[in-house]
Design a protein around this ligand. Structure first.
Ligand SMILES: Cc1cc2nc3c(=O)[nH]c(=O)nc-3n(C[C@H](O)[C@H](O)[C@H](O)COP(=O)(O)O)c2cc1C
Length: 227
């Protein structure tokens, strides 16, 4: 019963938040024409020097396995799937933010409790200190699940601790109704002097179960950003 009540309240929150998200596919459609022209131009310049060497791109993500909403028990997180697609399509390096001490529960119901408590307390959970040298990257895709309408608190720890100023940051989320949940605005509020480009969001269920079509969406979004 507790599970159902919590799920219902989270769902209510999700539907309220649903309007906040940015549909990457919508914005990608509006920029298709421009993208097509740019793709042609790129083909002539990038043959000898891979694009990512010039752009120094990194994909950073946080993601959970275990029991997740709508998808049941998963051994690869929804956001991890999208992060891998981005890295594969751009040739970027990847870094996974992992908690220093992984106290997050396995079950969805318990995880929502812990996440809500962290949010209410403004917690700053620590992450492992194996972060790569970020100074070598100019562009960073950064993504996570939406937790209670926001970035998980561990992401704020990362944003506040690491020097991301002067970089181009591109947010992405997986969610079950909240879309991008204002990730872009919250990121620019937290990391000063960075350039935030158009983000991407996808339902966790689709990331897990419709990978071919989601990869197409990812490609369209990347093309719209000129990657
Ligand atoms: C603690 C918690 C809070 C969540 N809050 C939201 C939310 O506010 N809005 C939403 O759309 N989805 C919410 N979800 C669903 C997740 O965003 C979604 O399942 C996501 O794809 C999980 O990604 P992951 O497997 O990479 O961790 C929540 C899930 C959890 C575990």
């Amino acid at each position: 019963m507790k599970y159902m009540v919590k799920t219902a309240s989270l769902l209510a929150a999700l539907s309220l938040l649903a309007g906040c998200g940015t549909s990457a596919s919508q914005s990608a459609v509006s920029e298709t024409q421009e993208t097509e022209t740019k793709t042609e131009e790129q083909e002539t310049v990038t043959e000898e020097t891979p694009e990512t060497e010039e752009k120094n791109v990194l994909v950073i993500y946080f993601s959970r396995t275990g029991e997740q909403y709508e998808v049941g028990e998963i051994d690869k997180g929804n956001t991890a799937i999208v992060a891998e697609m981005i890295a594969e399509e751009t040739g970027a390096d990847m870094y996974e933010i992992l908690p220093k001490e992984d106290y997050y529960p396995y079950t969805y119901d318990e995880l929502t409790d812990v996440a809500l408590q962290e949010q209410n307390e403004g917690a700053r959970p620590e992450y492992r200190d194996d972060v790569p040298d970020l100074s070598q990257y100019q562009t960073i895709f950064i993504g996570s699940p939406v937790w209670w309408g926001d970035w998980p608190m561990i992401m704020y720890t990362f944003f506040e601790n690491e020097d991301l100023s002067g970089k181009t940051l591109i947010p992405f989320s997986t969610h079950e109704g909240s879309g991008l949940a204002g990730f872009d605005r919250k990121l620019s509020d937290t990391v000063k002097d960075s350039t935030i480009l158009k983000g991407f969001s996808v339902r966790g269920y689709d990331a897990q179960n419709k990978q071919d079509s989601i990869r197409e969406e990812v490609k369209n979004w990347l093309a719209s950003l000129d990657y």
